[in-house]
Design a protein around this ligand. Structure first.
Ligand code: C2O
Ligand code: CU
Ligand code: CU
Length: 514
């Protein structure tokens, strides 16, 4: 692809109409945060999810058409207990095939809910899930090949909490009282206030970005928290947007868990960056009783057009020792500046009011946490993956057009009946992931969690990153992983970019574990 094509694409996407109407209602104070109902997944019957249509007035007076699992939009909070078998049945009451993927959960391929496990209108999928995963905050969502972006956008997504009866949770854990799920998504609305999903050139290239932020399906909500320690389980369930969360008063908070479970110890920080599908649990001290807002800087996605070719931040590509967090997001901002992008104003995510102190719950953070990630040892094999912004498929199908497979991994767009890798269970491997065209992506692996060991040439302190299943990739990234769950050719595991618009056009591969 030539430089001129890229630049004209950029010009086209900058002409995308600004959403004037949204400015008007964006100024109104937030509605109360909705707290998803809990579905306690116990053995035996009764755990039924219905994927169905609904409507939701995200903006007063404008009904948007939505989808949800047993709700009008999103799904209930699924609560699983480690060591149990969970029976759950999902019925498709929509008019196209869907799946239910338990993102991050360690289950064998035939239970994973990947693209091969699609079920059509009127059909029910009823897996029996052996819960063999440390205490963690996970994600569930539909995973239909080619349509994951629009289906998740409509609402086929939710949060999972895994409880481990074998540990004593030293953190706030009274759901809806001092322990809150925050499912963060960005959405776009048309002039009448209805939610829309349409992909302009920039969306196709960088993934969809909306200009309004929803938490648990409410635009910029307000939450009243007790005066004291509060746990927030943050899931970036956006199709592509990266957040850099911080509080308006700059207060410190502690991260206590990442994707796959608890960290070794609470980690103090003032900002937290999450790419798509990443999770973080944080504990915030509200005992000073001052109201505060959670905001995010507007992080751009980098890429040749934004940075490399414009030449204003080439050197900063190599920054980011911390890998997952810290201030490396700054590079993305600078990328868009040259293109006239707006990156200065923080986006408001939600606001907090502080009520009475809660009668129960810990008043101090522990110095260490009962984290439970295995030691992986030394790798016996290495594999290399390059995330490609264009492949031969794209050349055939033409620039970004149509629904064809254009992006890929290692030069090939995803093909459902091709197995890309065969992996032996129980063997630790080192995977090296890189990108072409300096674009920022993520890399997600099904069936296990991993350690991030090096990013952009620097070692990563894994105690600070924790046990992951998604990692940001913008330069060489090395992860250490081992698979204990099996996956066959019929129901393989996936690895893919979790920018859903990239995954949908082929930035995905699949593998067996035998
Ligand atoms: Cu969140 Cu392959 O998925
Ligand atoms: Cu997944
Ligand atoms: Cu990507």
């Amino acid at each position: 692809m030539r430089r001129r094509e890229f630049l004209s694409l950029a010009a086209a996407s900058l002409a995308t109409p600004a959403l004037n109407i949204s400015r008007a209602w964006a100024a109104e104070p937030g509605a109360p945060l909705l707290i998803p109902e809990v579905m306690d997944i116990a053995p035996g019957a009764g755990n039924a999810l219905d994927a169905r249509r609904g409507t939701r007035d995200f903006i007063a007076g404008a009904a948007s058409e939505t989808w949800g699992y047993s709700q009008e939009y999103l799904g209930p909070l699924l609560r699983f207990r480690r060591g149990r078998i969970a029976n759950i049945s999902v019925t498709n009451r929509l008019d196209e095939p869907i799946t239910a993927h338990w993102h991050g959960m360690h289950v064998p391929g035939y239970l994973d809910g990947g693209p091969q496990l699609a079920f059509g209108p009127g059909e029910t999928w009823a897996p029996e899930l052996p819960i063999d995963h440390p205490a963690a905050t996970l994600f569930y969502h539909s995973h239909i090949h080619g349509r994951t972006g629009p289906q998740v956008y409509r609402g086929l997504a939710g949060m999972i909490i895994i409880d481990d009866p074998g540990i004593k949770d030293p953190l706030p854990h009274d759901y809806g009282v001092n322990d809150f799920p925050l499912i963060v998504q960005d959405r776009r609305f048309d002039r009448s206030g209805r939610m829309i999903y349409g992909l302009g050139m920039m969306d196709r290239m960088h993934g969809f970005r909306g200009d309004q932020i929803l938490v648990n399906g409410v635009v910029r909500p307000k939450l009243t928290v007790p005066a004291g320690l509060v746990r927030l389980r943050i899931l970036n369930a956006s199709n592509a947007r990266v957040y850099d969360f911080r509080f308006t008063d700059g207060r410190q908070f502690h991260q206590v868990a990442s994707d796959g479970g608890l960290l070794d110890r609470p980690l103090a920080m003032a900002s937290l960056q999450l790419d798509g599908a990443e999770r973080a649990e944080i504990v915030v001290d509200f005992s000073d009783r001052s109201p505060v807002s959670l905001v995010s800087r507007d992080i751009r996605m980098g890429g040749m057009m934004n940075g490399g070719m414009m030449g204003d931040w080439g050197g900063s590509m190599m920054m980011g020792d911390r890998g997952m967090m810290g201030d490396r997001g700054r590079m993305g901002d600078r990328g868009m500046m040259g293109m006239g992008g707006n990156s200065g104003t923080p986006l408001e995510i939600m606001s907090f009011d502080v009520g009475e102190a809660s009668p129960a719950g810990p008043t101090r953070l522990p110095t260490s946490l009962p984290s439970d990630a295995p030691a992986l040892g030394d790798p016996v094999r290495r594999r290399d993956f390059t995330l490609n912004m264009h492949t031969r498929g794209m050349m055939r199908g033409g620039m970004m057009g149509g629904d064809g497979q254009m992006m890929g991994i290692n030069g090939e767009p995803y093909v459902m009946d091709r197995i890309d890798e065969t992996i032996r269970a129980g063997e630790t491997e080192l995977w090296r992931i890189n990108t072409d065209m300096m674009m920022r992506h993520t890399f997600h692996v099904h069936g296990t969690s991993f350690r991030v060991v090096r990013q952009n040439g620097r070692p990563v302190d894994s105690a600070r990153i924790g046990w992951k299943d998604v990692v940001r990739v913008q330069g060489p990234t090395e992860i250490l992983l081992r698979f204990d769950k099996l996956a066959s050719e019929e129901t393989p595991f996936m690895y893919h970019c979790h920018i859903l618009e990239h995954e949908d056009v082929g930035m995905m591969g699949q593998f067996t574990v035998t």
